[in-house]
Design a protein around this ligand. Structure first.
Ligand code: ADP
Ligand code: MG
Length: 256
């Protein structure tokens, strides 16, 4: 890898006696789609929360584009170009699809959404372009509360893109989706990665999805990074096999 966009060094976090993340180090290149996998409780979400500033690590470093992220607030990290897809609550159900994306655009411009604001109209074209990109332009005027689950996820992606992130953190973006929706969302993500030279770190339970879409895979187990590589080498890794078979899971079967 040339200069990595993100460098994680010896990151650790304990909760009481539980070492949730233990000296985890990895890098993420520009334009790379990196999957983080591991059984439930492996420390994936804890890792994500330290990357976006929600959680302070006990030790370790996170360097994004040459700048230290540790100690910065989530909002500041977001402004630096580290986006994340939010859970459903982040879209305002009573607002339309278009209004949600306009709100995200205004937030980037540090302006407040107002029904009377001229900025609202100015942002309209850009919002529609983003919605078009994620396949949601036709539903722009519908309330988010009436959307199908997979469509909400697309709106959330458009909202994350509104900030023009260079790195997007997606913790279980396809949770609760049917296989067809999962594949569509990941195919879209992969296209966006290529188009915008976006870097993405994502977690995902379905091994089919991980192996089909990730450029590279890192594997966590009990807080530790136990393997790293392409689909083939990770699949063949003895420690990875042990972790998955040992917990009754296989690569052939997706978890709910
Ligand atoms: P994953 O996302 O891989 O399923 P998590 O990062 O959520 O794993 O959890 C890793 C470990 O840390 C688990 O043992 C979990 O119970 C524990 N943990 C996570 N968050 C907290 C918290 N806020 N307080 C106490 N323990 C936590
Ligand atoms: Mg998790």
């Amino acid at each position: 890898m040339a200069t990595p966009l993100l460098r994680v060094e010896q990151l650790s976090k304990a909760f009481g006696g539980v070492l949730a993340v233990s000296e985890v180090s990895f890098e993420l290149g520009a334009g790379e789609l990196l999957a983080m996998i591991g059984p439930n409780g492996a420390g994936k979400s804890t890792c994500f929360n330290m990357l976006n500033g929600q959680l302070a690590p006990d030790s370790g470093r996170v360097v994004f584009d040459g700048r230290d992220l540790i100690g910065r607030r989530p909002r500041e990290i977001w402004r630096m170009g580290v986006g994340r897809t939010f859970q459903i609550a982040a879209t305002f159900g009573s607002m339309t699809v278009l209004e949600n994306v306009q709100t995200a655009l205004l937030s980037r411009e540090r302006r407040v959404f107002s029904l009377l604001s001229r900025a609202r109209d100015q942002m309209r074209d850009e919002a529609l372009a983003l919605l078009d990109r994620v396949g949601m332009a036709e539903q722009a005027d519908r309330a988010c509360s009436v959307l199908a689950y997979g469509d909400v996820k697309r709106v959330e992606l458009a909202m994350a893109l509104a900030n023009r992130p260079r790195l997007l953190l997606m913790d279980e973006p396809t949770a609760g989706m049917a296989p067809k929706e999962r594949n569509e969302l990941m195919a879209l993500t992969r296209d966006l990665v290529a188009e915008r030279r976006l870097s993405v770190l994502f977690t995902e339970h379905s091994m089919d999805v991980v192996f089909a879409y990730a450029d590279r895979i890192i594997v966590l187990a009990r807080g530790q990074l136990i393997a790293e590589g392409d689909a083939e080498s990770v699949r063949a890794d003895a420690r990875v096999q042990e972790v998955y078979f040992g917990s009754g899971r296989t690569f052939e079967r997706s978890e709910a």
